[in-house]
Write a protein that binds this ligand. Structure first.
Ligand SMILES: [Fe+2]
Length: 148
């Protein structure tokens, strides 16, 4: 990094727009899109008119969550995120609990009781993790990208 590449940034971190930076921004947008996808998936689970899509939606949630977690964890590493460890633990807990609930649903067939447990868990995840830990990381990310 040259001195001129730091000019005007006021920090010690190279924030020049290069392939690496574009990749980070793309990953962050990817995470935002995943959050919107999860909201739509919860809507499907709660809508009796969508009963025929529940199994497919549960399978999609597993795939989407795994992809989202990989992307987030990659960003944590690339930005030296100090709270990466506890964030990773939360992802592992989600995978374990959702996996258990989904298996219950898979084994019992269409069960309204388990479906309600699943949607309750996903809504809590949305509120506590996505609007909590993920938002905290997003704030850190924007600070990392544009240090004051
Ligand atoms: Fe996360």
């Amino acid at each position: 990094m040259t001195d001129s590449s730091r000019a005007g940034k006021g920090g010690t971190r190279d924030t020049s727009v290069g392939d690496r930076d574009i990749s980070l921004e793309a990953d962050m947008k990817h995470i935002d899109q995943h959050h919107r996808v999860l909201l739509e998936q919860i809507r499907v689970l709660l809508d009796p008119a969508e009963a025929g899509r529940i199994q497919e939606t549960l399978d999609l949630i597993v795939t989407c969550a795994a992809n989202r977690f990989r992307t987030e964890e990659r960003l944590h590493q690339k930005t030296d995120y100090a709270r990466a460890g506890e964030h990773l633990e939360a992802h592992h807990r989600f995978t374990a609990v959702f996996g258990t609930l989904k298996k219950e649903y898979d084994d019992s067939g269409h069960s309204l009781t388990i479906l309600m447990k699943l949607t309750k868990f996903l809504l809590a995840w949305l509120k506590e993790h996505i609007r909590g830990q993920d938002q905290e990381f997003a704030d850190y990310f924007h600070q990392f990208r544009s240090p004051t």
